[in-house]
Ligand binder design. Structure first.
Ligand SMILES: [Zn+2]
Length: 395
């Protein structure tokens, strides 16, 4: 329903800025089906005629595309996990009977994701409701507190379930923090794709993170701005421009790479602070346990937060990377003993992005005030941006 619209299912003002204040579902299904919805179970009515009615209520504002139920002969696996904020989070996994034995392995894996996300972006937002997983025939979706899981327990060699990691992270980047218009959809998918790569660093170290980011570089298209200023329908920004037929537009990989370059520019401390402040602007909001701390956000909100946390003016960074489609190009001239670097941007937009160069195995940062800079060297020509931190046009 995220792209097609919840108005296919029920009367709704179908815009991300208009979350219903709460949502209740009362689903009657024939035995032995079990219906699972968002929020907390408010019980089951046995109707005495071979059907049962399942009552669910999400008592805080919820994206209309999360007002979904799944019905199947589910078995329920219950567990709990400690939150970094104190207290425990109830886990409810509605698993298909044939996969019952596999259920605990996904829960064990998901507990690792709880620890990862809580470390970087603050407490799981819906601690009082539930951490819900519902097995589905489709691949997955971030339905709040009832994550649709259809990855069939296909774990990577290191045990990771990429789909679960991704959809669960949307409890922060989509359900806690929701874009006010689909033009800012990258705050869901780009931020979450960034977290997916960051998990590689969390598990395996910096090199694995850099490799994951390098892999994302191949998929980007640069056909439309990642975060245009004008309103967009979800498909117009989710799908690839210009025909909107193929999925995974630049809001995913390019969005993640933009955050990657921002991390390089402002440094780890400011970057991770700003991620956390984007999720939770205040400590008081982190203490709320039922999801009431959810809020609508825009790209400009993130600009404000990143500027405050870094103490830098970042207008130029957002302008070049997010507000127009084309990548900056780095022009490199190597003369005898000197390398000259110059940024070229569409419409000569300002772009004072510093650049790392590697000289004799040592990495040095070339400042690019005014969009150009130079560095002297002896020996072989320096390697430009050796770790691939900067999103730029290919040579
Ligand atoms: Zn996603």
């Amino acid at each position: 329903m995220q792209n097609d619209g919840a108005d296919l299912m029920f009367p709704v003002k179908d815009h991300p800025s208009d979350k219903p204040s709460w949502a209740a579902m009362h689903i009657t299904v024939p035995d032995p089906l079990v219906a699972v919805g968002p929020g907390k179970s408010r019980g089951v009515t046995r109707n005495g005629n071979g059907t049962a009615t399942y009552h669910w209520k999400m008592s805080v504002p919820v994206a209309n595309y999360s007002i979904v139920f799944n019905a199947a002969p589910y078995r329920l696996i219950q567990d709990r996990v400690r939150s970094v904020a104190g207290g425990t989070i109830p886990i409810r996994f509605y698993v298909l009977p044939e996969d019952f034995a596999k259920g605990p392995s996904l829960i064990a894996e998901t507990k690792k994701y709880v620890a990862f996300y809580e470390k970087y972006i603050g407490p799981y937002p819906f601690r009082k409701e539930k951490l819900g997983i519902v097995e589905t025939p489709h691949l997955g979706m971030e339905h709040s507190t009832a994550i649709a899981y259809g990855n069939k327990f296909r774990y990577n060699a290191d045990g990771m379930d990429w789909l679960m990691l991704h959809e669960f992270g949307h409890e922060w980047w989509a359900n806690l923090v929701t874009c006010a218009d689909w033009k800012d959809f990258w705050i869901h998918e780009g931020f979450q794709s960034y977290m997916d790569s960051l998990y590689q660093e969390h598990l395996h170290g910096k090199e694995a993170y850099l490799q994951s980011m390098a892999g994302r570089r191949r998929g980007i298209q640069n056909k439309q701005a990642v975060a245009p200023r004008e309103a967009r329908a979800s498909y117009e920004i989710y799908m690839q421009a210009p025909d909107f037929e193929k999925g995974d537009g630049d809001i995913y990989a390019k969005g993640a790479l933009i955050l990657h370059s921002l991390r390089y520019l402002v440094g780890d401390e400011a970057f991770f602070k700003s991620l956390r402040h984007m999720a939770y602007p205040t400590k008081a909001m982190e203490a709320i346990t039922d999801g009431r701390q959810e809020r609508l956000v825009t790209t400009d909100d993130f600009l404000t937060i990143a500027e405050l946390d870094s103490g830098q003016n970042l207008d130029w960074f957002f302008e070049v990377y997010l507000r127009q489609p084309h990548l900056p190009k780095l022009v490199v001239e190597t003369l005898a003993g000197e390398m000259r670097l110059r940024w070229e941007t569409p419409g000569d937009l300002a772009f004072p992005m510093p650049v790392d160069v590697e000289i004799d195995g040592k990495i040095r940062r070339v400042e690019m005030a005014g969009g150009s800079g130079s560095i002297r060297f002896t020996g072989g020509a320096p390697k430009v941006d050796p770790q691939g931190w900067i999103l730029k046009a290919a040579d």
